[in-house]
Ligand binder design. Structure first.
Ligand code: HEC
Length: 252
């Protein structure tokens, strides 16, 4: 019995750790789709314009991204690669000095190639949409799923400034009848961004889709291959069964 309990504990330990790791904020779920090339292209555009200045995705190459997303190499280099010394076959690294970055932000911006797998896609989607005004923080913003984050709200010009109406209250409180959240984040009507809430959500979907692709570029291939493997096993089953009948016919 003891061994079974122990085995179960090991089996579920990663799940428990993940469940405990959150900040208690309800994550919004997101359903990424690597076959949606238009979304991935838009995601790559947002990533290169708003994130690549600080972060690297250094396990990925420009060329692979261009090929997988259907972007011609010259367009990729002209419009999406701002480091003019970079070449198409280069890794998507970043020249920011890690030590200086640590002084500026309190923490160096981590590599994002695998972040959607480390943190989860839902976490990432929620993280990017829950920066809110907090005068106590050095950049004037805080984050709901990454409290006291060192990253500034780099998408403020798109989203606008969100204000938290829960201050000091309970983020998870819901109306017992309708189930609606009692308080939450709202864009300040005086300080709107260039996008509406829906447009911003779509943009963040595209960005998460791109980072999800980045963490597993062969996902589509893997799933397609999986279907062939199952078909092969199905056909093989027929022959295996016939063979078994042949071997056992003298025994019975
Ligand atoms: C001005 C520099 C800067 C820019 C631009 C920037 N970040 Fe960050 N980011 C940081 C820093 C610094 C941290 C580390 C924060 C900490 O650990 O407190 C961080 C942390 C993160 C994390 C958390 C990683 C983890 O697992 O701890 C994610 C995810 C992230 N950034 C995504 C993005 C995305 C997506 C963009 C583009 C929209 C972006 N960042 C743009 C500086 C930046």
């Amino acid at each position: 019995m003891k061994t079974i309990t122990l085995a179960l504990l090991f089996l579920f330990a990663p799940v428990l750790a993940l469940a405990a790791g959150g900040s208690g904020y309800d994550l919004d779920s997101v359903d990424t789709d690597h076959s949606d090339k238009a979304s991935l292209q838009r995601g790559a555009k947002y990533y290169q314009n708003y994130c690549a200045g600080c972060h690297a995705t250094s396990f990925q190459r420009y060329e692979r991204v261009a090929d997988d997303l259907g972007i011609p190499h010259d367009l990729m280099m002209e419009n999406l690669v701002f480091d003019k010394s970079a070449r198409i076959g280069d890794l998507m690294t970043n020249n920011m000095d890690q030590k200086e970055a640590k002084e500026w932000f309190g923490a160096a911006p981590p590599d994002l190639t695998l972040v959607s797998r480390v943190r989860g896609e839902d976490w990432l989607y929620t993280y990017l949409r829950t920066f809110y005004e907090d005068p106590k923080r050095p950049w004037g913003v805080n984050n709901k799923v990454f409290p006291d984050v060192g990253m500034p709200h780099v998408l403020m010009e798109l989203q606008g400034v969100q204000v938290d109406s829960c201050v000091g209250g309970d983020d998870t409180a819901r109306d017992p009848l309708t189930g609606e959240k009692l308080c939450g984040l709202k864009v300040d009507p005086e300080r709107k961004g260039s996008m509406t809430v829906d447009e911003f959500d779509q943009a963040m979907y595209d960005l998460v889709n791109f980072l999800s692709y980045s963490a597993e570029p062969m996902k589509m291939e893997r799933q397609q291959l999986g279907i062939y493997v199952f078909l092969f096993l199905l056909v093989f089953l027929v022959f295996a069964y016939l063979l078994k009948r042949e071997y056992w016919k003298d025994v019975h």
